[in-house]
Design a protein around this ligand. Structure first.
Ligand code: AMP
Length: 558
């Protein structure tokens, strides 16, 4: 049997814009919670929006954008950690047909200017400056050097938290509050008229792929792409208006704004923001304080939550489901998430920004085995296949090759880069993921790593994931990443980068080799061991193996 599957098509896709969908849901559930932002400081008050209030606030901001002169298709950037205004802007831009550009909050001036220029952004909504990031200063530098950028909008600060909002200095700068007052100049009919001009297949979102390698490329996504992807995920999670979804993952990434916002808000469910950035205690507190039924995270977030000293003191009994995605989840972590966090129906989602993002997902009825070792089956209305990276032929079930995805969720292309788009999406519409995978007899997909992460040692292809899973069972190891480093004899050698459990005694390369001997083939036993405090990460929670490789090369003079 060949490695090809197609998802169900029994429930039709939504054929509406994000704005129209949101208004429909808000009219159905006006008084239910739509958005809750947990208090940032102890003793503070959470900020809350019912569907009705959120829709009103979205409309006000949308009319203000019309007053600024924002045209359909204009690019509006948001450069901020998670906050309620992020969500409001997401829906306001969708209602006026502006393309929301998610700018990674970890970007610095050089990267910001690259992104602003690459898509000709006209407005940038900027976070307040905090102790780590002078957002306001860097945004001003971009304003000075990028002629197409017309204005900066400064999100509110908070003196208690040390967040300093920009104070407008020129006519090209305004505060968020000032922007909102502009709405008075534009009546609701103008917004109705604009919404009537929008098509679900218009681009509405530009996401620069975090890319663990290379220059960022802007995946161009339509209403149809991301609304349907979010909604399909919620359908498979069994979401209803009674769900309360805790979102500690960044909005700037599709995990937050699609799997989180678009999904939950298309069911009348509540979205809950535990804080600006990820903090394991804040995430669990949000579940406890707001009755979270669903919790999201990349595996390292769940690892950090489970490792909290007071983990046992949080009431997580309201949880029933959630999403884990972004990178492979160690089996042990999955077992604890299901057992100790009550996330009985937790799903593994797999995908990439370019596919809106999710293309395969585990289902509630799946066995523990399927939910710990696979990334599930093809999503509704999509197709998956696995090809031989050399010949391009579809491989037999069980054989490793490159995973490709086709269907409604595949992006329109990389913004302004038709050559890069053609490298990623072939003439038949298949998105080539760059991920190595195999498909079992039942159509479940197992991710074996990135084509680029594959280590070739003395002619043997080694998939680091297999060794990581094995080492994860070691009693002293909290987290582990295996990388390839250059070697004169074998071409590459393996290095295990290890974070120890608190209080565990140090591990040497010999200790690790001893543990592996007789259990792993000799060529899979790491030659080097690097015990470290943390891994270099992208904001979306992916380990930057490329950085660790570079460090190792320098340190070991390879
Ligand atoms: P991004 O575009 O930043 O969302 O990154 C997409 C990449 O993340 C994919 O190509 C995979 O390499 C990886 N990825 C996403 N989800 C999973 C998952 N559930 N398991 C393993 N890798 C994943």
């Amino acid at each position: 049997m060949l490695s090809y599957t197609a998802g169900d098509t029994d429930v039709p896709l939504l054929e509406e814009t994000i704005g129209a969908n949101f208004e429909r849901v808000a009219a159905q559930f006006p008084l239910r919670d739509a958005l809750i932002e947990a208090a940032a400081a102890p003793g503070g008050e959470a900020r809350r929006w019912s569907y009705q209030k959120l829709n009103d606030d979205v409309d006000r901001l949308a009319r203000a954008l019309l007053a600024l002169g924002v045209a359909k298709g204009d690019r509006i950037g948001i450069w901020s950690p998670n906050c309620a205004e992020w969500t409001i802007l997401q829906y306001a831009t969708a209602k006026v047909g502006a393309v929301l550009v998610n700018v990674n909050p970890a970007y610095r001036s050089h990267e910001l200017e690259f992104v602003v220029k690459q898509n000709g952004m006209r407005t940038l909504v900027t976070a307040p400056t905090d102790k780590n990031s002078d957002y306001v200063g860097m945004a001003r530098a971009a304003l000075a050097s990028c002629p197409e950028l017309k204005e900066l909008v400064f999100l509110p600060g908070d003196p208690l938290l040390g967040l300093r909002s920009g104070v407008p200095e020129t006519g090209h700068e305004l505060t968020y509050a000032e922007l909102l007052t502009r709405a008075d100049a534009v009546g609701p009919p103008a917004l109705r008229e604009r919404m009537a001009q929008l098509d679900p297949h218009d681009p509405i979102n530009l996401q620069y792929t975090s890319g663990t390698t290379g220059f960022p490329k802007g995946a161009t996504l339509t209403h149809h792409n991301i609304l349907n992807n979010g909604h399909s995920i919620g359908r498979l999670l069994g979401y209803t208006e009674h769900d309360r979804v805790v979102i500690p993952v960044p909005f700037y990434h599709c995990f937050g704004m699609v799997i989180g916002n678009l999904n939950a808000l298309s069911f009348g469910a509540a979205t809950i923001i535990p804080g600006r950035g990820f903090n394991p205690s804040a995430a669990l507190e949000a579940v406890q304080d707001f009755g979270g039924t669903s919790l999201y995270g990349v595996p390292t977030m769940f690892i950090a939550e489970l490792a909290l000293e007071d983990f046992g003191s949080y009431d997580l009994s309201t949880l029933r489901t959630g999403v884990m995605a972004g990178s492979l989840c160690p089996i042990e972590v999955m077992r604890r998430v299901i057992g100790e966090m009550h996330m009985v129906d937790v799903a593994i989602c797999y995908g990439m920004t370019e596919t809106s993002p999710v293309s395969t997902m585990t289902r509630a009825g799946d066995t523990l085995e399927q939910r710990t070792t696979t990334v599930g089956r093809t999503m509704p209305h999509l197709e998956s296949r696995i090809i031989d990276p050399g010949s391009g032929d579809v491989v037999e079930r069980g054989v490793i090759g490159e995973l490709c995805t086709r269907g409604y969720a595949v992006m329109q292309g990389y913004w302004g880069q038709p050559d890069k788009t053609a490298e990623a999406i072939d003439v038949d519409g298949w998105m080539h993921t760059g991920d190595l995978a195999r498909m079992d007899q039942d159509g479940y997909v197992v991710i074996e790593g990135r084509i680029k992460d594959m280590v070739i040692r003395g002619g043997e292809n080694i998939y680091p994931r297999e060794i990581e899973e094995f080492l994860y069972l070691h009693p002293s190891i909290q987290d582990v990443q295996v990388i390839g480093v250059p070697d004169a004899t074998y071409g590459e050698e393996l290095m295990a980068c290890i974070i120890l459990k608190p209080g565990a005694a140090a591990l040497t390369a010999e200790d690790v080799a001893e543990y592996c001997r007789g259990k792993l083939a000799h060529f899979k036993i790491p030659r080097y061991v690097d015990v470290r405090e943390s891994f270099p990460m992208t904001v979306s929670g992916k380990v930057r193996k490329i950085d660790m490789r570079q460090e190792a090369v320098t340190r070991l003079h390879l």
